[in-house]
Design a protein around this ligand. Structure first.
Ligand SMILES: [Zn+2]
Length: 66
């Protein structure tokens, strides 16, 4: 099965009977992301989640005027 990554538009070949290929066939709305983009999105999401709890950034901003 030939799929295309929605982010970088790179073409990938999936095994026809792999779980992911079946999922994409059954749900056309489900979009494919290549491992590289998937990892990038995952890391960015983690960073965003963490930055909400970081006080370090806040303190840094407070001292920026000096
Ligand atoms: Zn990609």
């Amino acid at each position: 099965m030939n799929v295309q990554c929605v982010i970088c538009h790179r073409h990938e070949i999936l095994e026809d009977d792999s779980p992911l290929a079946k999922k994409l066939r059954n749900r056309p709305i489900h979009t494919f992301m290549c491992p590289t983009c998937y990892e990038r999105i995952r890391v960015n999401t983690e960073k965003r989640k963490q930055s909400g709890n970081f006080r370090l950034f806040h303190d840094h901003k407070k001292n920026a005027g000096f």
